[in-house]
Design a protein around this ligand. Structure first.
Ligand SMILES: NC(=O)c1ccc[n+]([C@@H]2O[C@H](COP(=O)([O-])OP(=O)(O)OC[C@H]3O[C@@H](n4cnc5c(N)ncnc54)[C@H](O)[C@@H]3O)[C@@H](O)[C@H]2O)c1
Ligand SMILES: CC(=O)N[C@@H]1[C@@H](OP(=O)(O)OP(=O)(O)OC[C@H]2O[C@@H](n3ccc(=O)[nH]c3=O)[C@H](O)[C@@H]2O)O[C@H](CO)[C@@H](O)[C@@H]1O
Length: 457
């Protein structure tokens, strides 16, 4: 099987098709605001995507089933933790370029950006939101329109689940509309930059659909557009990317534990290993969180019995919170009656997102431990969580100084920049005992020199 790539966005290649900005020569529906794009689901992926097309001359309909969300957007604008992204969205909100809608409308393109959570009971992707979106689009579909799935889905979903739902709920046969998959790969924290700059993969259920999706994205992104032989290959490639990263983090985590068994501090050893031109160990840590990496590898096991390493990697990463806890217990002897400051609740540095965060699971683990729960149900270990990026969470949040005051131990669970600026002398003065568990490689020799007993991953 081969894949083709075309250069997108800069107009320097003959294969790319500019859309929307009025410079189009052969785009399907023309540009200059006459091409309409509906984006279904205005979350982390959909809202920036809607803004991308609206900022590039398309007329965009942003559709979301949550009326509150639409109202908040109308009144307060975007509230991402990226100021430039908020400006980018706010610039088109309330203009004729971006209309907010609770129900689908007719459009040349429909992009599906709805959630696809993993249903752990059924051990399968929950495709109910994708189905619901397709059911809403179907009656609005016209011959020649193009539906593009951007949500992460198991291979086969676009052609089978979405294709069948569109056909069953509308008047059109599959051959009369275009259907393709184009995965989103934005990195939370750098959404705007990656939305415009990343390469894209597109795979349609036939060549015409692939070309329609390719032409659309070629008009708005600066990266290359890689065409897949079919939608399932594009769906698989997206899952392979995140599975690859998850498994590589698992190797780093397992090697870190082995290193410590040998009395070796992991990170300096990894730096040395990475001097080899063909070695690139990732960073060990307290586990893998976020919306995608802990979930996407699981989709691959839905119709395959060959996911042994992939499943083991997941287990290694999920098990890291217990390893961090072991390091803490090793330092303190016992956790009972101890005060533990946990720095960082977000799933990774400099973001506010706590979805699937190892830090949240770590805190829960401390609370759930039978020997640490008093007869009145209260916890015998006093956990004080501090996170300068997180405003709301299921746990109480403390200021930096209040969390450290009288603490027996400090655990770094997230690599926020603010934590690298901490003065170890001040930390040592505030704490009662001196145990530090650094699961994120934030400390250096000066922390030992300040009299702190640091256990590092
Ligand atoms: N967040 C990321 O960084 C990221 C990156 C790449 C891919 N993805 C994938 O993109 C998809 C969307 O993720 P997200 O993070 O943007 O989700 P999200 O939860 O932030 O947003 C999804 C939105 O879809 C809306 N919605 C639900 N059903 C709908 C329907 N039938 N019609 C219209 N709107 C509907 C919800 O109200 C919500 O606002 C998922 O499949 C995810 O795995 C996410
Ligand atoms: C292939 C890829 O790059 N995909 C990205 C990924 O985005 P993400 O934000 O989830 O990815 P990460 O930044 O890797 O973080 C994940 C977790 O792994 C921990 N981690 C990381 C590196 C390391 O060396 N050691 C670690 O322990 C980190 O702390 C955090 O908990 O999925 C998105 C949705 O599909 C994609 O769009 C986006 O491209």
């Amino acid at each position: 099987m081969t894949t083709d790539s075309v250069k997108g966005g800069d107009g320097t290649t003959t294969d790319s098709v500019k859309g929307g900005d009025g410079t189009t020569t052969d785009s399907v529906h023309g540009g200059g605001g006459t091409t309409t794009v509906s984006v279904h689901g205005l979350g982390y992926v959909g809202l920036p995507t809607a803004a991308l097309f609206a900022n590039n001359g398309y007329t965009v309909y942003g559709v979301d089933t949550q009326p509150d969300k639409l109202e908040r957007l109308r009144t307060d604008g975007a509230d991402f933790r990226e100021a430039a992204l908020n400006d980018y969205v706010d610039r088109v909100l309330g203009t004729d370029a971006l209309h907010l809608r609770e129900h689908p409308v007719e459009s040349d393109y429909h992009l599906i950006c709805v959630p696809t959570p993993f249903d752990h009971d059924r051990e399968a992707a929950d495709l109910s939101y994708v189905r619901a979106a397709a059911e809403g689009i179907a009656p609005k579909l016209r011959p020649g329109d193009t539906v593009v799935v951007e949500s992460t889905v198991p291979p086969g979903t676009t052609a089978n689940v979405v294709g069948e739902t569109l056909e069953r709920n509308g008047d059109l046969l599959r051959e009369t509309f275009n259907l393709a998959f184009c995965p989103e790969t934005v990195l939370p924290g750098s959404i705007l930059e990656e939305l415009r700059g990343n390469d894209r993969i597109v795979g349609g259920i036939d060549d015409e659909a692939t070309a329609a999706a390719r032409d659309l994205f070629a008009g708005v992104v600066d990266g290359d557009i890689h065409t897949a032989p079919d939608a399932a290959t594009a769906e698989f490639a997206k899952l392979a990317q995140n599975t690859h990263r998850d498994a590589n983090i698992a190797i780093a985590n397992e090697l870190a534990k082995v290193a410590r068994d040998h009395g070796v501090v992991p990170r300096p050893a990894f730096d040395l290993a990475n001097e080899h031109p063909r070695v690139d160990l990732l960073h060990p840590g307290p586990g893998v969180g976020g919306h995608c990496l802990p979930v996407d590898p699981l989709y691959l096991g839905q119709h395959s019995d060959h996911v042994a390493l992939i499943e083991h990697a997941r287990a290694v990463n999920d098990g890291m919170v217990y390893y961090v806890r072991d390091l803490l217990e090793e330092g303190l002897g016992s956790l009972a009656e101890k005060r533990v400051a946990v720095f960082g609740l977000a799933y990774k540095g400099n973001v506010a997102d706590t979805r699937n965060s190892p830090a949240t699971r770590f805190v829960e683990t401390l609370g759930e431990t039978p020997e640490l729960v008093a007869t009145d149900g209260g916890n015998v270990v006093d956990v004080r969580v501090h996170d300068p990026h997180v405003a709301e969470a299921g746990v109480d949040l403390w200021s930096q100084s209040a969390a450290l005051e009288g603490a027996d131990a400090l655990v770094f669970m997230t690599d926020h920049d603010e934590f690298t600026e901490l003065d170890p002398e001040t930390v040592a003065e505030r704490m009662d005992d001196n145990v530090v568990v650094d699961a994120r490689g934030l400390t250096d020799e000066s922390w030992h020199e300040a009299g702190l007993d640091v256990r590092r991953l």
